[in-house]
Write a protein that binds this ligand. Sequence first.
Ligand code: NDP
Length: 618
Amino acid sequence: MTDEISVDDLDFDPDEIQARYDYERDRRLREEGQAQYVPMADAFDVDEDFYAVGEDNRPPLDENVDVVVLGGGFGGMMMAVELRRRGVNDIRIVEAAADFGGTWYWNRYPGARCDVESYIYLPLCDETNYIPRERYSGQPEIMEHVQRIAETFSLRKAALFRTRITEVRWDEELKRWRVATDRGDDLRARFVVNASGPTGRPKLPAIAGIETFTGKKFHTSRWDFEYTGGDPTGGLHKLTDKKVAIIGTGATAIQAIPHLAEWAEHLYVFQRTPSAVGVRPNPPTDPEWAASLAPGWQRQRQEAFDAFFTGELTDLDLVDASWRKATPRVAEGLSPEDLAKQLALADMVEMRDLRNLVDSIVKDEATADLLKAWYPRQCKRPTFSADYLPTFNRPNVTLVDTSKTGGVERITETGIVVGDQEYDVDCIIFSTGFEISTGVGRIAGLPIIGRDGMTIAQRWSTELNTLHGHSVHGFPNWFFIGYSQNGLSFNYPWSANAQVEHIGYIIEQALSRGVAAIEATSEAEKDWVATIRRGSGPALQRMATCTPGYYNNEGKFGEGRGYGLFGEAYAPGVNAFRRLLSAWRDEGSMAGMSVQLGSVESDADGSTALQSAVAERQ
Ligand code: NDP
């Protein structure tokens, strides 16, 4: 904890800073909000998988199975491991990519690296007896760990790779989900867990003329190394005679831009809002420290990271110093009003330091000014890089400000137009993010049809309704792992872990108690949504004043059906959410879920089939 901050000691006037924040925010608000983006499929060939090697000609499957997990990223892998741990072995993991890894399979752009420390970010380190080599692992090490998890828990034999779901439909008579795929599979699953992950679906700005560009174009999560040369560690040697444009300056671009600048003949960086970029080292793991870790170390560290954000933590040594710095701590024992004021001041101090850092590194004054972030740090994903800011001192790099025109205005056959200038380029790279909060109906991302013939997109078209973020009335035996209405963490795998443990428990219990169908009651959903809304007040207030982005529904926070990422979070935090779920499990009655019992017998293939519904209880 730091001492109380006095306004008199500051070298800036907080009111002036706030006025600048408001000005910068207001000029970035766009009437169309989330509608400024289109799914990638509308402008690009999304199905192209540059990374798949060889053929996969497996025959279509026609089978009963206890659980189908949709998605083989961290969420899906952790779910499968949890089910195995609980003795549920009859599972299938359906994955569009040619391997496990999810977001890390697709996001192998140069410089891709986890920005939360790998000791807490990489799942199942304790269980696989692995200590990451660096504090922030690069994509290759993360994919190595993905392989380690797959091998250790024999997940590969459960996987159907290169397989896209075409429909997931509840069959009331069978009391199973019919999972259809583009490979002709007919999987009849007692339970489905949707772990398709929000960062699996790239989004693009609906820029006029985007489809007319005749040069090379790709999204950062479909990096074409055939075109650029190199690999996730850099070395983009085929770009030496290319003029390259990158649109977007979020967490991804911060990592990729130094590599592009190193190799491209010329790099144009099209920026709408600058990221606030901190500098931090990435030391190799200290072997002595690694040797000193006792079993349970990872969970303790994961808990500590989130406990820090909610102020529950005292042992700060367990928390990455760069994230500690990015989050203000203030004197204890303040009234809620004074606390809010102190937090705002501490954040202004941190943001001032980051703007000063820009001045100390970037030589051209006008460029340095454009790179300064004028908003509270938590309005956008905090970013860190030692290489990003120095990139703008290179003669082959031009920063193009698009803030006055609400972003890139137009794309032509040969380049990009901003204001009255056209920039001719050979290649456009879209670093424009993912469908993380583009609309509740798009969250699940798949055609999932529940008991009454309604799709999950229709069910959520007016408002997101869940119990604990994972169960939905009308969608029996269907569970959702995601960002919304559960405990949110900057460390996403820790968020997913809470859900995975809980869903694993429910499925195990349902199977062992002969449950045919289990789903949230609509009353329980209403209560849970009310709990979320009650708690999200302060976050809504804070985020409403933020610069637009996916954290705050592009500045339309709380309007219509958009609450943004933080407005849908369980406010007390992910650790409190874990405690809440744990108490729910200890209570043992499946409170808030309707449970339909049925007699269950074994199929010839060893899986279970339901005979008849017997009883219903709340
Ligand atoms: P973001 O959504 O954070 O960034 C998108 C960028 O595109 C923004 O700079 C945005 O500007 C810009 N943009 C959008 N439309 C236009 C337009 N019309 N003209 C010009 N610019 C435009 O996506 P990222 O891929 O950078 O990051 C997504 C998330 O992925 C991160 O927040 C983080 O959670 C995760 N990530 C995690 C990493 C990890 O290590 N764990 C590493 C990298 C990413 P504006 O800000 O003005 O909207």
